[in-house]
Design a protein around this ligand. Structure first.
Ligand code: ATP
Ligand code: ZN
Length: 225
């Protein structure tokens, strides 16, 4: 494994967080040349390497200390924490900053034609989701029993396809739900993108780079408020 004193930052390669993450690092003055095919980009003007990966891999890379810093949605982060707690795996990290993008919520939604008064209408139903642990935590708290249908994509078509009675999926505007004949009935988790850092030993050189980076991120966000 390559080991040097350059700070390693993981961000999403392509998806809803990638443009905003890249824009944030650029506004912080980090000169990076991100290529579509390449996993890693070396900053020209600072001791920083940026790794572009699937968002789902970012929390684990930080918790396993493979990278120093990650830019990730709190939804994916919290799901990985719960997953690792079940597996009795290390799930430590430090949240350095909540960011001003990637704003969404994880919500329960049901077909518009079903009667829904409260969450107990979903007792013993099957719920499709990509976030089984966050869903279970919420349902346990509400004393709701449910069957899950784990899907990594196309969750919103599950009820129409006869795979589930309801869904638990990310929502920002609600347009996708509406287009699929679904109604948002319960928000189970509010999420934003955030900056996380690995725990444990970090060299003084890297600590200084992290401090500089966080001061600049703070400045970029303040300027946008
Ligand atoms: P990857 O290929 O990296 O696994 P993905 O398809 O799992 O990507 P995206 O759809 O790109 O993920 O979403 C990445 C993150 O963007 C989400 O986990 C969430 O934090 C945030 N996000 C913001 N708004 C939305 C939205 N309307 N729907 C889905 N995710 C959103
Ligand atoms: Zn993903």
């Amino acid at each position: 494994m390559i080991s040097n004193n350059r700070l390693r930052i993981a961000m999403q390669k392509t998806g809803r967080l990638s443009d905003d993450s890249k824009d944030l690092l650029t506004r912080c003055g980090i000169k990076i040349n991100l290529h579509k095919q390449k996993l890693i980009a070396f900053a020209e003007n600072m001791p920083i390497d940026v790794m572009c990966v699937r968002d789902d891999d970012i929390p684990g890379l930080v918790m396993d200390k493979v990278v120093d810093i990650g830019i990730i949605g709190e939804n994916v982060l919290e799901e990985e924490v719960l997953n690792r707690q079940v597996q009795l795996d290390n799930c430590s990290y430090t949240k350095l900053k909540r960011l001003d993008f990637g704003i969404c919520r994880l919500s329960l939604a049901v077909p518009i034609n079903i009667e829904y008064n409260n969450i107990h209408c979903l007792n013993h139903t099957r719920i499709a989701t990509s976030y089984p642990h966050l869903l279970k935590r919420y349902c346990d708290k509400k004393k709701l029993t449910f069957k899950s249908c784990m899907l990594n994509g196309s969750v919103e078509v599950a009820p129409r396809a006869g795979l589930s009675d309801a869904i638990c999926d990310l929502v920002s505007t609600g347009a996708t739900l509406e287009a699929n004949g679904l109604r948002e009935v319960e928000v189970i988790f509010f999420s934003k993108a955030c900056v996380i850092c690995k725990t444990g030993f970090i060299s003084l050189e890297k600590k200084n780079v992290i401090d500089k980076l966080m001061t600049r991120i703070q400045g970029v966000i303040k300027a946008r408020e």
